[in-house]
Design a protein around this ligand. Structure first.
Ligand SMILES: [Zn+2]
Length: 190
């Protein structure tokens, strides 16, 4: 199930942070542009920062610091902002960083070209709204993909069984459906 990290709600909502990642998630994002001098409002007040914006919609921009910039340079092969658009980077959360006497977590850039495929989270079941769980020896993603192909929407195992039973009932012709078919034929003649 999709989880909500408190930092997603409580911390700076304008820039990408730990709260935007599921546990263990790594994101592959494409740099759309770098704004070398963007006014950023922080707890200490307003300041100018270099900010990366992403090509993939729905992802918050990322403030550049030295560590992130160095690794983007490694991935892109250039230290110039102008050369960065189009570069794909892999982001992850590093825990246990000591900063200003506190232990914090931070978004980091992997110092190499992305090695994972960006995967969308497994959607919930369309019929009951619950998370899709592994079933019949298949993982949740397989279940979602299989049911979406077969029924047009992602379903959990229980709802997929229900739909299957319904489909079999509908497949058996009843007197009612035969009558409707006859009516339609009369209308066609008129
Ligand atoms: Zn369901």
């Amino acid at each position: 199930m999709e989880k909500t990290h408190w930092k997603k709600v409580v911390s700076d909502p304008n820039f990408i942070g730990e709260g935007d990642f599921q546990e263990g998630e790594e994101k592959v994002l494409t740099i759309a542009k770098v704004n070398a001098s963007e006014t950023v409002a922080t707890a200490e007040g307003k300041s100018k920062k270099a900010v990366v914006h992403w090509a993939e919609p729905g992802n918050k921009p990322m403030i550049l610091n030295v560590a992130r910039s160095k690794n983007i340079e490694k991935v892109s092969g250039s230290g110039y902002f102008e050369d960065w658009p189009g570069t794909k980077v892999q982001l992850y959360i590093e825990h246990g960083i000591k900063a200003f006497g506190e232990v914090v977590s931070a978004v980091r850039v992997r110092p190499y070209k992305p090695r994972i495929q960006q995967q969308a989270p497994v959607p919930p079941c369309t019929d009951c709204g619950n998370a899709i769980h592994p079933a019949a020896g298949h993982d949740a993603r397989w279940m979602a993909t299989y049911t979406a192909k077969k029924y047009g929407v992602p379903l959990c195992a229980d709802c997929a069984s229900k739909r299957k039973a319904e489909a079999m009932e509908q497949a058996a012709p009843t007197e009612e459906t035969v009558e409707i078919a006859d009516d339609n034929r009369e209308e066609d003649l008129l």
